[in-house]
Design a protein around this ligand. Structure first.
Ligand code: 5GP
Ligand code: MG
Length: 179
């Protein structure tokens, strides 16, 4: 069985991603200079991006994870969001950086960022590897953005296709699949 299935079209090479992540980590390190931010990764997809990002950062960080599920028709603005696993780090007075793999409609982050904001962080910022702009209904103000890819169903570098493909070092478009 091939690691990269037929019908996967490479859209971001590992080198392109590495360069971008390094650049983002540089800016984040400058902006959070002198601070110890809490880096909150959104499972499962963000685990690869977060791992690379924090290792390129030149400041100390704490890391925590949350897992969030969308229910119902995902293309609908009323899609219900549930926090399946919350972070355990208290955020009051802390500088917080949420790390997400990809933003599509924006509902997942809208919901969770609002929840985190109520915990009284000193600041709350967002880093996302990919922003998929075409279906965006809520624009969650991405402070650090890797790539804008308007449409398509993407897999690799943490993103899955029916549970598979998270381990691919590049990002691929699943051709013929619905985003
Ligand atoms: P949103 O709430 O912004 O519509 O959805 C965000 C979540 O949907 C992401 O965290 C991710 O889990 C999933 N998602 C959105 N677009 C894609 C995509 O192109 N590929 C994959 N694998 N997941 C996606
Ligand atoms: Mg995700």
């Amino acid at each position: 069985m091939n690691k990269v299935p037929d019908g996967y079209r490479l859209v971001l090479t590992p080198e392109q991603i590495r360069e971008k992540v390094r650049e983002m980590a540089g800016r984040i390190s400058e902006d959070f200079s002198g601070q110890v931010p809490v880096v909150v990764g959104i499972l499962k997809g963000a685990f690869v991006f977060l791992a690379d990002l924090v290792r390129e950062m030149t400041i100390p960080v704490e890391v925590d994870f949350a897992q969030i599920s969308s229910y119902g028709n995902e293309t609908k603005s009323t899609g219900r969001i549930k926090v399946m696993r919350d972070i355990s780090t208290p955020l009051a007075g802390r500088h917080v950086l949420v790390v997400e793999d990809i933003i599509d409609t924006g509902h997942t982050l809208n919901h969770y960022m609002n929840e985190l904001r109520q915990r009284g962080p000193a600041s709350l910022r967002l880093a996302a590897l990919i922003n998929k702009t075409e279906r965006q209904e809520y624009a969650p103000g991405v402070d650090y953005l890797g790539f804008t890819i308007p449409r398509g169903f993407l897999v690799g570098y943490g993103l899955d296709h029916a549970g598979m493909g998270r381990d691919l070092p590049g990002v691929y478009e699943v051709t013929g699949a619905e985003g």
